[in-house]
Design a protein around this ligand. Structure first.
Ligand SMILES: Cc1cc2nc3c(=O)[nH]c(=O)nc-3n(C[C@H](O)[C@H](O)[C@H](O)COP(=O)(O)OP(=O)(O)OC[C@H]3O[C@@H](n4cnc5c(N)ncnc54)[C@H](O)[C@@H]3O)c2cc1C
Length: 404
C-alpha cells in the first residue's frame, strides 16, 4: 500500500516528530466531553423513550424536533453570530453518535442538517446566503440533501434533472429520489445539470441549488416504506419549471461536482458516527442481557464463547469509532479526508451490521421479536450499507488511493 498516496499521517515512512500536545485519539477535551455528555443525556431522557412510538407513527414528533432545535443541535457548526454554537465538525460527530445510541432516525436528521446543509452553506455560501439562511437553519428550519435520482445513486453524477437559465435565475425540471428528511425539510440542497451551452463546464455542468420548500413547481412525494429508520422520511422530489433565483446557487454555477464531493466526504464521516452509535447501543444491550440471562444454571456471559463474541464486538465498535473520530479531526484541521472518510464509513457499516446481528443472537428467541430493541438496531444499521455509498463505492475510493 502506498501510504503516502493515502495521506495517512499514521503511516508515514518517517516517524512524525513527537509532540507533547498530542493526546490519544480516544481522549476528549473538556469541552468535547461536556458536549457529548449533554447530548447523551438528552438522547437517553428525551429521545430513547419515544423510539418505538416514532417507528409506529413513521415520524419524528414535531415537538421533539423543536426541542432538539432549542438545545442547539441544528446549529452545531453555525457561527455564534448567526445563532449557532460555532463548534467544530468533531462536535457534530459526537452529537450524531450520542443521538444514534437512542434513535438512528433522529441522529440521521441532525446529521444531514449539520454535515451536508449548514456546513455546506457556512463553507461555500456567499455572505448574503450565510446571513439569510444560517439563522433560520440554526433555529428550526430543517435542511435536506438531494443528489440521488432513481437511476443515479452510486453513479450520482449521472443525474438528469436540468437547470435552464432564465431571467434572474433557473428553471429546474426532473425528479430526485431518496431525500432523507424530505418531508420535514424547509430547504433542499439540490443538484441539477446545466447544459454546456447554458454555462455548464465541459464535463457535466452540475450545479448546487438552495431550493425553498415553498417554491412553486416543487412537489414533495410520499415517503418510501422502508425496512428500518421508519421515523426518518425518505421522499422523492418532483420539479416542474421550479424557479430558483441566481442568489440561490451555492458556489459557482456548473461547478457543483467538486462541491458535492467535498461534502460527501464529511457526509460519510457523519454516517460513520451514526453507525458507531447504533453499534454501541447494540453492544450495551447485548452485554446487559448476557449478564442477567441464565441457561444451564449460569449466566450466559460466563460462557467463553459468548464473552469472546462480545469482546470481538467491543473491539469492532472501538475500531470504527477511532477511524471516525480521526477522520473528523482531520476534517476539522482542514486536511484531505477522502480516504479517511471512506475507511471510517466502510469499517463502521461492516461493524454495525455484524454487531447488531450478534445482538439479536445473544438475546435468543427474544431478540427476534419486536419487543426487543435489538431487531430495530439491526434494521436501522442496514441502511448504513447503502447510503453515503455502498461497500463497493467505499472500496473504489480507497483503491483509487493505492494508485494501482
Ligand atoms: C434510507 C436511505 C436514505 C437516503 N438518503 C439520501 C439523501 O438524503 N440524499 C441523497 O441524495 N441520497 C440518499 N439516498 C440514496 C443513496 O445514496 C443511494 O441509494 C446509494 O448511493 C445507492 O444508489 P442506488 O440505490 O441507485 O444503487 P445502485 O447505484 O444501483 O447500486 C446497486 C448495487 O450495485 C453496486 N454497484 C453499482 N455500481 C457499481 C460499480 N461501478 N462497481 C461495483 N459495484 C457497483 C452497488 O454497490 C450496489 O450494491 C438514500 C438511500 C437510502 C436507502
Amino acid at each position: 500500500m502506498s501510504v503516502q498516496v493515502l495521506q495517512s499521517p499514521l503511516a508515514q515512512v518517517e516517524p512524525l516528530p513527537a509532540s507533547r500536545d498530542t493526546n490519544p485519539l480516544s481522549v476528549l477535551s473538556e469541552d468535547e466531553r461536556l458536549h457529548f455528555g449533554a447530548v447523551h443525556q438528552v438522547a437517553m431522557a428525551e429521545v430513547a423513550p419515544l423510539t418505538r412510538r416514532m417507528e409506529e407513527e413513521g415520524q419524528i414528533p414535531p415537538e421533539l424536533v423543536k426541542r432538539l432545535a432549542r438545545y442547539g443541535f441544528f446549529g452545531v457548526v453555525v457561527p455564534e453570530q448567526f445563532g449557532g454554537s460555532g463548534q467544530g465538525f468533531f462536535d457534530v460527530v459526537l452529537t450524531v453518535e450520542a443521538l444514534a445510541r437512542a434513535d438512528a432516525a433522529v441522529a440521521l436528521l441532525v446529521d444531514v442538517h449539520n454535515t451536508l446543509i449548514t456546513g455546506a452553506i457556512n463553507r461555500f455560501g456567499r455572505r448574503s446566503q450565510r446571513f439569510r439562511l444560517l439563522p433560520q437553519l440554526a433555529a428550526e428550519r430543517i435542511g435536506a440533501f438531494s443528489l440521488s435520482e432513481a437511476h443515479a445513486g452510486s453513479d450520482a453524477f449521472a443525474l438528469r434533472t436540468t437547470a435552464t437559465p432564465v431571467e434572474g435565475g433557473f428553471l429546474l425540471n426532473g425528479s430526485k429520489a431518496w431525500v432523507s428528511g424530505g418531508r420535514e425539510a424547509g430547504l433542499y440542497l439540490l443538484f441539477a445539470r446545466l447544459a454546456p451551452e447554458d454555462g455548464g463546464d465541459s464535463r457535466d455542468g452540475i450545479t448546487a441549488f438552495l431550493v425553498d420548500r415553498e417554491s412553486s413547481g416543487l412537489t414533495v412525494g410520499p415517503p418510501e416504506a422502508k425496512v428500518g429508520l421508519k421515523a426518518s422520511s425518505t421522499t422523492p422530489l418532483f420539479l416542474k419549471d421550479c424557479f430558483v433565483a441566481d442568489d440561490d446557487v451555492l458556489g459557482e454555477a456548473g461547478k457543483g461536482r467538486r462541491l458535492a464531493m467535498a461534502l460527501l466526504n464529511e457526509g460519510r464521516i457523519g454516517i460513520a458516527a451514526q453507525l458507531v452509535g447504533i453499534g454501541q447501543a447494540a453492544l450495551d444491550l447485548a452485554v446487559a442481557y448476557a449478564k442477567q440471562r441464565e441457561a444451564f444454571g449460569r449466566r450466559i456471559g460466563k460462557n467463553q464463547s459468548v464473552a469472546f463474541a462480545l469482546a470481538d464486538a467491543a473491539m469492532q465498535v472501538e475500531t470504527a469509532r477511532l477511524l471516525t473520530w480521526n477522520a473528523a479531526r482531520l476534517a476539522d484541521q482542514g486536511n484531505e479526508t477522502r480516504y479517511a472518510a471512506a475507511m471510517a464509513k466502510l469499517t463502521a457499516q461492516r461493524m454495525a451490521e455484524s454487531v447488531t446481528s450478534l445482538g439479536i443472537e445473544i438475546h435468543g428467541g427474544a431478540g427476534y421479536t419486536t419487543d426487543c430493541l435489538a431487531e430495530k438496531l439491526w434494521r436501522d444499521a442496514k441502511a448504513g450499507t447503502i447510503y453515503e455509498g455502498t461497500e463497493n463505492m467505499q472500496l473504489t475510493t480507497i483503491a483509487h488511493g493505492l494508485d494501482l
